[in-house]
Design a protein around this ligand. Structure first.
Ligand code: ADP
Ligand code: MG
Length: 350
């Protein structure tokens, strides 16, 4: 089963009086890799389960081209699912786990064998095909779960934090693996994660959620360079978020003051003269600059070619920067930031 577009319109799910997901609008094009990103409890799994049909919607609709999907049972939607905890049958071999869905469809046994072998080869588990899940590592078990989902040639693959039980090295390998499969099989994938690096490295587009509400939808580059608000900025690595006040605005250029600093930045959205705002800058955008403001180095952390440095300004404001220079704790430094790299957000809700 294939489609051109999946459309979520105002998808909403409440639990009692609690809004787990509010008014999610999203159009997914065939072949896209979409990541749902946000902190724990923001509504990612709720969105995925609504899409899968495991949770009824409180309001809204889901369309696959001109077919309404949200009224269909999960098994009628033709989606594949991969969960954090693998959910394999422990008493069945790898091959039988993968073949299970094909057997339920009563396909000819020759076809079942061919497709099962192909799926197992795709995830590089040929050597493990006769083993039980309990005899495999976590990464191998997750590969079985992926093979089991893709063997059915689903129109959409849904993955809910599939890598969060794996160690760091394996997580990196599996990222590449999942992205490779997505491409090789021409899948459409919706992938849930709380790990912004994972989402940025894998997805064509990201949907950032907070408290059940969409904060921003965009490509990795859009989110990285133009976060829509301070919450997205926080999530996208704008580690320095400073409460400040606008003292002047000319076009998008704003002058801000606070915590003993006076800086020039770029307005994101509605900020006016006199407003309390949040000014955000990434550690890698703060640089040592002779004409900058003074600060004292407190902590230096080795991170390969660069160091992560924590400094404190004379007024007591703590800042993080990354630099290839090697300052030492106690050093007096001067710091600057380009106006384009200092984003000034309305304070917004807490
Ligand atoms: P995430 O996957 O982003 O961590 P969830 O979608 O699981 O978040 O949950 C979103 C919110 O909905 C949370 O506040 C969670 O406690 C609540 N929630 C999720 N499932 C249920 C449920 N079955 N009953 C009651 N509340 C739930
Ligand atoms: Mg979840």
């Amino acid at each position: 089963m294939t489609f051109k577009q999946l459309r979520l319109e105002g998808v909403t799910r409440r639990f009692g009086g609690h809004d787990a997901l509010v008014d999610l609008d999203l159009t997914i094009e065939r072949g896209e890799f979409i990541a749902l990103l946000g902190p724990s409890g923001c509504g990612k799994s709720t969105a995925l389960n609504c899409l899968a049909g495991l949770l009824p919607l409180t309001a809204g609709r889901i369309w696959q081209d001109d077919t309404r999907l949200d009224t269909l049972l999960p098994e009628k939607r033709g989606f594949g699912m991969v969960f954090q905890n693998y959910a394999l049958f422990p008493h069945l071999t790898v091959a039988k786990n993968v073949a299970f869905g094909l057997q339920m469809r009563r396909l000819p046994s020759a076809e079942i064998r061919r497709r099962t072998d192909e799926a197992i080869a795709l995830v590089h588990l040929e050597e493990q095909a006769r083993k039980l899940p309990g005899q495999l590592s976590g990464g191998q078990q997750q590969r079985v779960a992926i093979a089991r989902a893709v063997v059915l040639e689903p129109s959409l693959v849904l993955m809910d934090e599939p890598l969060s039980n794996l160690d760091a090295k394996l997580r990196l390998e599996m990222r590449t693996e999942i992205r490779r499969l997505h491409q090789a099989l021409g899948l459409t994938t919706v992938y849930v994660t709380h790990d912004q690096e994972e989402a940025l490295s894998m997805a064509d587009r990201l949907v950032v959620l907070r408290n059940g509400r969409v904060q921003q939808v965009g490509t990795p580059e859009q989110l990285h360079t133009q976060p829509a608000n301070r919450h997205v900025a926080d999530f996208m690595g704008f580690r320095n978020l400073l409460p400040m006040t606008v003292t002047a605005r000319t076009g998008d250029e704003v002058r801000v003051e606070g915590g003993g600093l006076a800086l020039t930045g770029t307005a994101v959205g509605a900020v006016r003269d006199g407003d309390a705002v949040v000014a955000g800058v990434r550690p890698e955008s703060l640089r040592l600059a002779e004409d900058g403001f003074p600060a004292t180095v407190e902590v230096v952390e080795y991170q390969g070619r660069e160091v992560a440095v924590e400094v404190v300004t004379d007024a007591g404001q703590r800042l993080h920067l990354r630099t290839a220079d090697r300052p030492a704790p106690g050093d007096q430094v001067r710091l600057g930031v380009d106006p384009a790299a200092l984003l000034v957000f309305p304070q917004g809700d807490a």
